[in-house]
Design a protein around this ligand. Structure first.
Ligand SMILES: [Zn+2]
Length: 226
């Protein structure tokens, strides 16, 4: 299992997971009893600019005659997204703005320290993730009735389905990640789909150098962390 990741909401959630570690099979090698805590993962938060806790690391121990595989995986806070400074609350706010108007207006309204192109890439990452998100949501909640004001934009329906699946929560994206044990937007999925869909959205080296071109899907190193 590659890229294993679980999610926790708070200290109590984390404690529950940690207490069960010895009874939990390693997601990589499936051996039980070898998992131990292995430090923390920190990163810069987009809103505050401060370094914040993002995840806890778990090690499948192969030391001192233990029979683990020696690999690690992460227990992520539900409001964090791998390799992004943007947390789920900000992404949720951005998506709600973006489905109802021009992308540029949504980006301006965020008053973010990140570049416009970062948000444009996030938007494209969301577009590519729609079918996977809808599949996950369909396993948890029937498709809600269409909105009173018809929309030709499928992304409107995705957010409506997300809200229907996770009503009465502060951030439906964080709830989605916790329930599905998957990131809302996945770069792995993005890589798989890029050659297959959304013509014109595939990033190239020349895209990176031309501000006139639509933003590529690549996330530049300065926009990543971890
Ligand atoms: Zn293992």
């Amino acid at each position: 299992m590659v890229g294993a990741s679980w999610f926790y909401r708070d200290a109590a959630d984390l404690l529950t997971i940690v207490q069960r570690l010895k009874l939990t099979p390693c997601p990589h090698c499936r051996v039980m009893g070898m998992l131990i805590r292995h430090g923390a993962l920190q990163g810069i938060d987009e809103t505050s600019g401060q370094i914040v806790l993002r995840a806890r690391r778990v090690f499948c121990s192969n030391r001192n005659a233990r029979t683990g595989c020696g690999r690690t995986f992460s227990l992520w806070l539900t409001d964090k997204i791998r390799r992004l400074k943007v947390n789920t609350s900000r992404l949720w706010k951005f998506l709600k703005l973006a489905i109802h108007g021009p992308l540029e207006v949504a980006i301006r309204a965020l008053n973010s320290r990140l570049s416009d192109r970062t948000w444009q890439r996030l938007w494209r990452r969301f577009l590519l993730a729609q079918s996977r998100i809808r599949t996950e949501l369909a396993n948890r909640c029937p498709v809600p009735p269409p909105p009173e004001t018809p929309s030709h934009r499928p992304e409107v329906l995705v957010l409506a389905h997300l809200l229907a699946a996770f009503p009465s929560v502060a951030c439906p994206i964080a709830a989605f990640q916790h329930a599905a044990r998957k990131f809302f937007c996945s770069r792995q999925m993005e890589r798989r789909l890029l050659p297959l869909c959304l013509p014109g959205l595939r990033g190239t080296a020349s895209d990176r150098q031309s501000p006139q071109q639509p933003g590529p899907l690549f996330l530049l190193p300065e926009e990543l962390e971890q």
